[in-house]
Design a protein around this ligand. Structure first.
Ligand SMILES: [Zn+2]
Length: 373
């Protein structure tokens, strides 16, 4: 039965995969290996070792910033972070289309449940200064369709496009940062050819980001090393050539169909390579996925293979955004809760072992609170 269920899920994923139909088998092997993770409703964490109450970490307090960290908010920077995957905003809800009303519903639910957007770059570099007590979330859109970002004849942005909705929501909720990454493929991102550069500049000026989704939305599984480098390198050069901001790098990649080359030595071109003698280097490679991501401080975090959560409610059962919002409500110990300070990693004692120690950030451990309820 269990096996049958996974086969069904795998089948659903194979026949879907992206807004453009992937070939069967487009799911990467590591993504498949990662699948059972979603089933672990954290049995091991049901009874964290109860130590003394969380009020007295004086012994740890040597620096000022720690005094600003409010332990009653139960910061847990070893918890998971969702990278949400959207494609289209449109009038008919489908697996790869969210209606404007439903996208607004998602943003409202995230806001009310204490999630706050951060940039993908801040996620992978661990620069997390999300308001303390809140949970970072990364918003992504693939394929650069017109419904993501449209200028109307009067020069205004279409209000029910993805960008219009994000702008309005941020205006009415200023503590919900305007952060999202748009992964663009092809030579006419957002489909209005006279204002391509203007749109890219606008996104970046507003603090949002432009990512790479390859030159022709090719399944990278089928390409040679030279082909992969052209798909990634040419698109990065094309987009960077349109962006006015000095030094802005298009260095995050969302894999079309979530597919990656089978051979390990070919995968290296997803991370760095050259096209027409110009090098590229990515700092994040995103899968089509159905799992929340590890904390960037977790030793299992891998920027080369970042899972995403589908921001949809149809046909994906437990893998959509709302199933994870529920999951984190029931398993709060699994959720990343910010301490509000970017260069300190604050974790309860029972999560300490998950953290990858490094010289850049201080680790601040406090006693795990006993279960109350
Ligand atoms: Zn795509």
């Amino acid at each position: 039965m269990q096996k049958f269920r996974w086969m069904m899920i795998l089948w659903i994923l194979i026949i879907t995969g992206c807004s453009r139909m992937p070939q069967a088998g487009a799911i990467s092997t590591e993504a498949v290996q990662a699948m059972p993770q979603v089933q672990t409703t954290a049995p091991a964490e049901e009874n964290p070792p109860a130590t003394e109450a969380a009020e007295s970490p004086e012994a740890e307090q040597s620096k000022d910033p720690e005094q600003d960290i409010d332990l009653s908010l139960k910061p847990n920077e070893a918890g998971k972070i969702m990278v949400l995957m959207y494609h289209n905003i449109g009038n008919e809800e489908k697996e790869w289309v969210r209606t404007p009303q439903n996208f607004l519903k998602d943003l409202t639910a995230l806001y009310e449940k204490g999630y706050r957007p951060i940039s993908l770059t801040d996620y992978v570099t661990g620069q997390i200064s999300t308001e303390q007590g809140k949970t970072p979330v990364v918003i992504t859109f693939d394929d650069g369709n017109l419904n993501n970002f449209e200028y109307l004849a009067d020069g205004t942005i279409r209000r029910d496009s993805a960008v219009g909705i994000l702008l309005d929501f941020h205006a009415s909720h200023p503590d919900f940062p305007l952060e999202a990454t748009f992964f663009l493929d092809g030579s006419r991102p957002f489909r209005q050819k006279d204002v391509i550069g203007q749109k890219l500049d606008f996104l970046i000026e507003q603090g949002m980001d432009v990512g790479n989704h390859t030159k022709t939305h090719e399944n990278l599984k089928n390409l040679t090393g030279a082909g992969i480098q052209e798909q990634i390198g040419a698109q990065a050069q094309f987009l960077e050539g349109l962006i006015r901001k000095e030094g802005y790098r298009v260095n995050t990649l969302a894999l079309p169909f979530g597919a990656r080359p089978k051979e390990q030595n070919m995968q290296t071109f997803l991370f760095s390579g050259r096209y027409k003698d110009i090098p590229y280097e990515n700092i994040a490679v995103l899968n089509v996925g159905w799992l929340p991501g590890y904390s960037p401080y977790d030793s299992r975090f891998d920027w080369r293979s970042i899972p995403r959560v589908r921001a949809s409610e149809m046909n994906v059962g437990q893998f959509g955004i709302y199933s994870y919002l529920d999951y984190f409500e029931k398993n709060p110990q699994e959720r990343f809760i910010s301490d509000g300070v970017a260069d300190i990693m604050t974790v309860p004692e029972d999560r300490k072992a998950l953290i990858h120690l490094n010289s850049e950030r201080e680790l601040y451990v406090y006693p795990t609170a006993p279960e109350t309820d």
